[in-house]
Each structure stands twice: as C-alpha cells, then as structure tokens.
Design a protein around this ligand. Sequence first.
Ligand SMILES: Nc1ncnc2c1ncn2[C@@H]1O[C@H](COP(=O)(O)OP(=O)(O)OP(=O)(O)O)[C@@H](O)[C@H]1O
Ligand SMILES: [Mg+2]
Length: 263
Amino acid sequence: MTPTARVVLKLGGELLAAPEQRRDVATAIGRLTDGAALVVVHGGGREVDAELAERGIAKRAVDGLRITDAATLDVVVGMLAGRVNTRLVAAACGAGIRAVGLTAADAGVAAVERAAPYTAADGSVVDLGFVGRPHGDAPPALLDTLSSAGFVPVVASIGAGADGQLLNVNADTLAGDLAVRFRAGRLLIAGGTAGVLDPQGGTLSSIDDATLEQLIADGRASAGMVAKLNACRHARRYGVGRVEIVDGRRTCDLDGRAGTRIA
Ligand SMILES: Nc1ncnc2c1ncn2[C@@H]1O[C@H](COP(=O)(O)OP(=O)(O)OP(=O)(O)O)[C@@H](O)[C@H]1O
Ligand SMILES: [Mg+2]
C-alpha cells in the first residue's frame, strides 16, 4: 500500500467480546495501519442484546436495523460508546496503536438525522425510533486531522441529531458513509461469517450490483446482512474502489484473502 492509502475497517460486535479476540483484532489493526491511514468503526450488537436481556427489555429489529425506544437507546449508548469502544481502544493501544475512541457525535465525524420510517425488504413500513442515518457529504475533518497526526480513530456507531438527541446508527451504514467521506480506497467489513453466504453455506466470492439486489429481494441475505450490503453498495457507488465483507473471526482474513468482494 502507498503511504496515502486510506482504509475504513468495520468490526462486528461479536469479534470484540473476549480479551483474546480483542488482542487478535488489535494485531490485525496494526497490520492494516502499515502504510495506510486507517479509521475503525465498530458495532456491538452482541453486547447490546445481552444487556437488554439482563434488563428485561425486548429486542426488536428489522433488516438488521434495531428498533430503538428510549430504554434501548440508553443501553446502546452505554454499551457501544462505553464498554465496547473503550475496551477496543485499550486493546489497540496495548498493541502499540495510537487509537482514539470517538463516536459519530464528535465534531463533524458524521452528520446524523433521525431516520424516516423504514421500508423493509418485505415491504412493510416501520418507525425505527431513536435511529439515525448519516447525511450530507462534509469531509470528516477531525478524522483527517487525527489520522494525519498518526492516530487511529475508533468510532462507535452513535450519532447526534442537530437538536442534540443521541441516535443509534447501524455500524455498517456508518462505515459505508465514512468510507465515502474519508475518501477511502478500501472498505473492509469484518464480521462473524465467512463473507456473504449462499443458502448452502458457501461463500460468494464476488457479487455485482444486480446480484446484491437479488440477494436482498429473495431473502438470501437477511437481518444484519441487508445493512451490510446496502452500505457496500453506497461505498462502491460513491467511489470506494475496493469493498469487501470478510471473516473477522480468523485474523488473517482481514487481509482480504477470503470473503466476498463487492464488484
Ligand atoms: N447471506 C448471508 N450471509 C451471511 N450472513 C447473513 C446472511 N443473511 C443473513 N445473515 C446474518 O447477518 C449477520 C451479520 O449481521 P449482524 O448485524 O448480526 O452482525 P455485525 O453487523 O457483524 O455486528 P454488529 O451489528 O455488532 O456491528 C450474520 O451473523 C447472519 O446471521
Ligand atoms: Mg450489524
């Protein structure tokens, strides 16, 4: 990679639960920063679900987007901006990376507005509650400043509306948006599957726009994968050259050797 390469890495929450996992992820982050300006975005669905269960709050989601009432928002903010972000930052710093924890609510990382009612893959229209969507195309100056000074921003997927209301943003959606506005050449979405799977469980090595649409329309991609595919399509459409969904459970795959390339 040339020194000016820019990469956005999205990490799914299930990769970050145990200390050994975070150490592996930190090692992979270290490799990706070699010669590249890296921005990390993470989710934390697994920890949020566990905390909701602990507090007796029911989980509701549509196409991988969490329906977020006030009680759920409290849990999401506490887990993502608190526990998950801080633990990941600590693991990365422990591996010698100059990681800095942020959310999309920090100055100019991402402008977020409350999401309009969502039309689901099955055609139903759903009010998502305190859910935000990135909007606008302002360059993320804070991320540029941090990364040009050698820091690695680690962004939890929480944003704030113009009125200061905190909003839950799907982490894949945020990563796709940031990849475009950070002018990344590469978006790497690492999760807990070996890329995009076909119904037999095999990995689709490459998918074009038409296939991507079909996967969503016929239900072969569902739940959290729908948000991932839409984020990938956004990134490809707006200039990110290399977009991949990879298996983050095996650190080597963060190098992009396995998984699904979005053509
Ligand atoms: N075709 C498919 N291939 C792979 N996974 C799929 C597919 N269709 C649906 N999925 C589901 O999508 C899930 C991934 O999305 P999910 O939101 O659960 O995780 P994540 O985005 O990696 O984590 P987080 O939400 O914490 O950031 C998979 O675990 C799987 O259950
Ligand atoms: Mg997800």
